[in-house]
Design a protein. Structure first.
Length: 590
């Protein structure tokens, strides 16, 4: 009995020790697991867990960089950016009060908010973020948010953004272009210089408390915002405004489809004014259809008509084949390749000088004179004057125009191209070509931008290409004398005369081409006038184009008066001294 009890006590003792050893092992295992996990957290994954902790108490904000301004030559703003706000909402907070919120926003923001669409957004399921309106001026958005606060309506917020604005409205709109909803340039200078105009947004990161308050002295990082550069144009704002108005009046009065007016400083090739009508207003977003937003000065091609006769005569004069008083026997008509060609007025055979051919704008006289050149020679001169290639004005969408290779010319091509039909150009190409005659035979690339201006106010000029000679000084002077005869009392454009200044010019009337058939439309014309002053020391050249004006409208009667007014303003605006002499008398007949 005693042995049995002792054996039982011994067995219980052994069992207890085994249980103690097992518990000890479990404890060691548990502590080992905790230790390993602690080692992982503190050692191996410390940075990851720290980053997660910081992220949960970190706030990020963006400081949007303002887009650079576009300036006129004197620093006046043509396009700029102002502070604006984006109005957003959290539908989880606004669903119940959506009608009241939409009503207040509509009252404060007007047409920028659609009442019913806003209600739908404020109730949009499955999201905590919707945009209610963009491009809202700060003062307008602040009024709306304040009104919501007074009504104790929550869940509507604001975010900063920059709003593009055009102080002049439609002023030089086709040159400036516009930006899309994201602020990216999509036309004109806004597109061409988008990279320079676009700044770098600033960013800041800082730790916040669970209640959203910034923690003083806590870690933070800031990336400084860099504003976009300003783009300084060669445009004179006051001259531009006047030309815009004068051209618009002319388009309306002549019932034209569209019109252009461009003025260039012939010494520097800087464009000081570039107008188009009809146009658009990027500030109010009105008139923004394709026909109005296209930049017709560089993108539209058309047949220039008789203004091209100046280039033909310059080529002949450069070869020594004509002078202003060279006699030319002009027939009553010519039939070339079964195509009858005449002048705009009926006449028999007449005797005109080369100056008389230009002054009276004789197609037949120009053809007779141009027959002294081979197809290749004439083509080479037209190519030297820049036709068939871009001008280098550095604007988006510029066309090359159309100049058929001289090797493919027929006799009819040679004849009609000489007086400006059968060749398609842009207005900027014509400005560059006749600008070379005004600039004593030297041609340069027209420019609309002089440089960019950084945040420090330092201006960086744009690269320019040196001018090059296309005809001799004597040839340019010869054609200038011929062009002065155009504005004489017995020329085709006496309306272009400017008191106190000698004016050289040339009218243009060309049949319009039907884009669908490629054939001429009789009775529909593109009329123009190109001129420069003072003719004895040229400073400015102005080109006026009116497309499809009323029947029988001509360059001398319709476009020349517009030239007179814009050129007069340019001469006065830049303080150009009057001519010191009168235009020399040039005989028109022999």
């Amino acid at each position: 009995m005693s042995r049995t009890k002792n054996r039982g006590a011994s067995e219980r003792h052994v069992l207890t020790r085994r249980r103690l050893r097992a518990c000890t092992v479990v404890v060691f295992i548990v502590f080992g697991l905790f230790g390993a996990r602690l080692f992982q957290i503190q050692g191996l994954d410390a940075s990851a867990y720290a980053a997660q902790a910081v992220a949960q108490g970190t706030n990020h904000s963006v400081d949007p960089a303002p887009r650079g301004a576009i300036l006129d030559r004197n620093g006046a703003q043509l396009a700029t950016s102002v502070d604006g706000l984006v109005i957003t909402a959290n539908p989880k907070m606004t669903t119940a009060k959506a009608p009241q919120i939409a009503r207040i926003l509509r009252e404060k923001l007007g047409d920028q908010i659609d009442y019913f669409d806003t209600i739908d957004l404020l109730r949009k399921p499955g999201t905590e973020y919707v945009v209610l309106a963009r491009n809202i001026p700060r003062w307008t958005a602040d009024k709306a948010i304040t009104a919501l606060g007074k009504a104790e309506l929550v869940g509507v917020f604001t975010e900063r953004e920059n709003i593009r604005t055009y102080p002049g409205g439609s002023l030089a709109a086709n040159l400036l272009g516009y930006v899309d909803g994201s602020g990216k340039g999509v036309a004109g200078l806004e597109q061409q210089y988008d990279k320079a105009l676009t700044g770098v947004d600033g960013k800041s990161t800082y730790e916040v408390s669970p209640t959203g308050q910034r923690i003083p002295m806590a870690d933070s990082s800031i990336t400084k915002m860099v504003p976009g550069k300003d783009v300084k144009t060669t445009i004179d704002r006051d001259l531009q405004w006047y030309a815009d108005q004068r051209l618009t009046d002319a388009v309306h009065e002549s019932s034209s489809d569209w019109g252009l007016a461009i003025t260039m400083d012939v010494k520097t090739c800087q464009i000081v004014q570039m107008s188009q009508s009809p146009t658009f207003d990027a500030d109010t977003r009105t008139g923004m259809d394709d026909s109005n937003t296209v930049s017709r000065a560089v993108q539209n091609v058309y047949e220039p008509g008789s203004v091209m006769k100046t280039v033909t005569m310059a080529a002949l004069a450069d070869q020594g084949k004509i002078a202003a008083d060279t006699p030319i026997s002009v027939p009553s008509s010519l039939t070339i390749d079964k195509f009858r060609i005449g002048d705009y007025w009926e006449h028999g055979r007449i005797n005109l000088t080369a100056a008389g051919v230009i002054a009276k704008s004789s197609n037949l006289g120009t053809i007779v004179a141009a027959q002294q050149m081979s197809d290749q020679t004439m083509y080479d001169y037209f190519s030297k004057f820049g036709f068939g290639r871009k001008t280098g004005v550095n604007l988006p969408g510029e066309s090359n125009g159309i100049l058929t290779d001289g090797k493919l010319w027929t006799k009819a091509n040679h004849a009609t191209i000489a007086f400006g039909q059968g060749v398609s150009v842009t207005a900027m190409q014509m400005i560059r070509a006749v600008g070379a005659i005004a600039n004593a035979g030297t041609m340069c690339e027209p420019t609309v931008v002089s440089g960019t201006v950084g945040e420090d106010g330092k201006e960086t000029p744009v690269a320019t290409t040196p001018g090059h000679r296309v005809v001799s000084k004597d040839a340019a002077a010869t054609v200038t004398r011929m062009m002065e005869a155009v504005t004489a009392d017995d020329g085709t454009a006496p309306a272009a005369q400017i008191e106190g200044y000698r004016v050289a010019g040339k009218t243009g009337t060309a049949w319009r081409v039907d884009p669908a058939t490629g054939r001429y439309i009789r009775g529909q014309n593109t009329v123009s006038f190109m001129g420069f002053a003072p003719a004895d020391n040229p400073r400015f050249l102005t080109y006026i184009v009116l497309d499809k004006p009323y029947s029988n409208a001509g360059g001398g009667s319709t476009a020349a008066p517009v030239f007179h007014d814009i050129m007069s303003m340019a001469l006065e605006r830049f303080g150009v001294a009057p001519s010191g002499s009168k235009s020399p008398k040039v005989e028109q007949t022999w």
